[in-house]
Design a protein around this ligand. Structure first.
Ligand code: HEC
Ligand code: HEC
Length: 291
């Protein structure tokens, strides 16, 4: 018995040492990646000025999920506060106190949105730019014009905390959103614009918004980097959506109700997606049906 207790004790001690080592390595590796510096040339995008284009920028800001983390008033909101993952809040994008609009150029905004890189060249954390890096110049211009038009709101953003679980996941490449800049081809050319059309090509463009949770393949699975309480994302390929028709799919995006009328988990941000145009929703359906 005594021997057993002793070996058990040794096992626990070994476990503690190994866990300590893992934490130390995870900390060192993530810290070195977070301190990398990126040189991204300024992209000059002419901002639209008409009320209609700014309204379109607002619709894009809401339907592409920006508002989920930056708030409907653009003053930022804490969207993850978890002991293991950490605490992350979208930046206050207004000119108010604690906001950064007065200290950023339009090129800085573009760098943040499509490259995930801050104005000082360091990678942004938990800003999912790999979902936005293919956005056209026209849509980025509309979004920036909308951000510039937003009223000033005073709100200091709480300091970010990167949890130890996030650092360990990073070590195993399981939390791409922690440093989106590493997942982006910064040399890729950007399209000037894209004409909305009810076809799969446009659906693919719109569907970039879904890949952060449903993955590039749209086959779903556990959401990378999400707190443990989040449900896995569904398979939304043609096979996964076998019970859906184009109409029930569009209805889900408008109401959050599945074909059998059950409510979908609110982690699936259908309220944002209800701001999509009918063309966007139907193009998305056509694209998903090709997968
Ligand atoms: C999952 C949450 C999330 C979503 C969705 C999101 N952001 Fe962010 N964003 C962040 C976080 C977190 C930061 C702060 C990152 C940091 O300081 O390391 C940030 C920072 C920014 C910044 C400021 C970067 C700087 O200069 O410091 C801009 C601009 C921005 N986001 C724009 C957008 C736009 C536009 C969208 C939608 C197309 C968007 N974000 C979607 C979380 C998000
Ligand atoms: C923030 C993460 C997130 C994003 C972004 C997201 N989804 Fe989801 N989605 C989920 C989760 C989680 C579920 C599963 C919900 C549940 O189990 O109730 C889901 C479920 C679904 C379903 C239901 C499938 C079924 O099993 O009935 C559809 C359809 C869907 N998503 C479409 C989309 C589309 C289209 C987009 C992009 C426009 C998108 N989702 C973006 C998280 C997300």
């Amino acid at each position: 018995m005594r021997k057993l207790v002793k070996s058990f004790g040794i096992l626990i001690a070994l476990g503690v040492v190994l866990a300590g080592g893992l934490i130390a390595v995870a900390y060192a590796v993530s810290a070195s990646h977070l301190s990398k510096s990126y040189t991204i040339k300024d992209t000059v995008i002419a901002l639209p000025t008409s009320a209609a284009e700014i309204a379109e920028g607002k619709r894009l800001f809401e339907s592409r999920g920006c508002a989920e983390c930056h708030g409907a008033n653009l003053a930022g909101t804490t969207f993850v506060d978890d002991g293991g993952i950490g605490r992350f809040s979208g930046a206050n994008l207004t000119t108010g106190k604690g906001g950064l609009a007065s200290h950023r150029s339009n090129a800085d905004f573009e760098r943040a949105i499509r490259h995930g890189v801050g104005s000082d060249g360091h990678p942004l954390r938990f800003m999912p730019s790999m979902d936005f890096d293919r956005m056209t110049n026209q849509d980025v211009g509309r979004i920036i014009a909308y951000i510039r038009s937003a009223p000033a709101i005073d709100r200091e953003i709480p300091q970010q905390k990167i949890g130890i679980m996030a650092r360990i996941l990073f070590l195993f490449d399981k939390i791409p959103v922690l440093i989106a800049a590493e997942k982006i081809n910064h040399a890729a050319a950007h399209r000037e614009s894209m004409t909305p059309a009810r076809d799969a090509a446009y659906g693919k463009y719109v569907g970039a918004t879904c890949t952060g949770c449903h993955r590039e393949t749209m086959q779903g699975g556990p959401i990378e980097g999400a707190p443990p309480a989040w449900p896995p994302a569904s398979n939304i390929t043609a096979k996964g959506l076998g019970k859906y028709t184009e109409e029930t799919f569009v209805n889900l995006l408008h109401t959050g109700k599945r074909p059998d009328k059950t409510a979908i988990n609110p982690i699936m941000p259908w309220k944002n997606f209800s701001k999509m145009t009918d063309t966007e929703m139907r193009a998305l359906w056509l694209y998903l049906q090709t997968l």
